[in-house]
Design a binder for this molecule. Sequence first.
Ligand code: ACO
Length: 373
Amino acid sequence: MTTTAPRAPVLAAQSAGPGLDDVIAAETRLSHVDGQAGQLVIAGYPLSAIADWRFEDVLALLWTDFLAEPMTAGDIGEALGRARVTAFELLEPMLPLLRDLTSVEALRLLLSSLPDQARTPHCILAAAAVPVFSAGIIRQSQGLACVPPDPQRGQAEDFLYMLRNEMPTRDKVRALDTYLVTVSDHGLNASTFTARVIASTKAGLLSSVVGALCALKGPLHGGAPGPVLDMLDAIGTADRIDGWLQDCLARGERLMGFGHRIYRVRDPRADVLKAALAGLQDGSGRIAFAGQVEQAALALLKEKKPLRPLQTNVEFYTALVLEAVGFPRESFTNVFAAGRMAGWTAHVLEQEQTGRLIRPQSRYVGPMPDHSR
Ligand code: ACO
């Protein structure tokens, strides 16, 4: 075997920190996150301006530059309806395979079963499949039969219908649409970056979004909203809030639903989701209690972490909205994927249209061959 003399590794590119903070890894027309100003722009619109749109509208906005044929939001709604029926046909034979899996593992399995040779455009199939699969996974875990989709309904309405087998109220449909739009895209977050890396190899859209889901499932990304409810349950009553939060930080643990890599001020998505909650019934007092926990947590984080501005992030109010519209907490990451699928698919299409293979370098810090031995 030939060996070379030990030498320091050559670094052509500038070195980035371990979390790639401040590295610009793609150019995109899809969304912009201004962490200092607390602003999220989706394809030219501030989030607050599109928060009352339907999910189909934001899909039309994000996909418009990439579809082979121009499609209005109405066209996309019809195509999604048909694709939900296709996804349901694929779901039923797979149900026995899902029994011992968590919700997100089951979604990962089902998404990866989507056929690469499907006649439906892959972005539409992927976006239509997540609500069908997620509702089916929930119902199977509850010992209930899956409810077939109705292609005439909007995506949010049909999602809730497939979940409960009953017509949802208008307020719940509106809240879910707001949620799906709010999380539709968010710059180069970990899962979207993953999708773009896979897309850059020309592996295809379905492979790219399966990879994105794998990145989303971690608790530092999309796996946090369930634990937000666990935290609220563990605190239990108002008199325990301060003590519980202090003990949590003293153990070196993180308060779920707070902090963000980019935002140094309040996450604008938290405010949109807080407003969406206003239209929903809350017989349990959960929302008021969560507000008390939020205020106490913010005060404590300010005191204990004075050098790091830590504010409420999207996951805190996600947990409350998704619980209020009827989703069980173990399904929250899958519902997040249903919304973020808009951004993942659009980024994949953009990457395929404009991008090169993403292939950064690493800095080697291991031993070099020793020729003296
Ligand atoms: N609770 C307590 N301390 C926190 C929190 C938190 N939620 N978030 C960050 N910190 C502290 C860290 O302990 C660290 O303190 P130190 O410097 O004294 O050690 C400092 O803030 C910086 O932490 P980093 O991990 O470097 O910050 P990063 O930008 O990587 O973290 C993250 C962002 C992962 C979201 C983090 O804030 C966190 O773990 N939050 C809780 C989980 C959560 O809510 N996840 C959902 C994020 S939203 C989304 O992805 C859709």
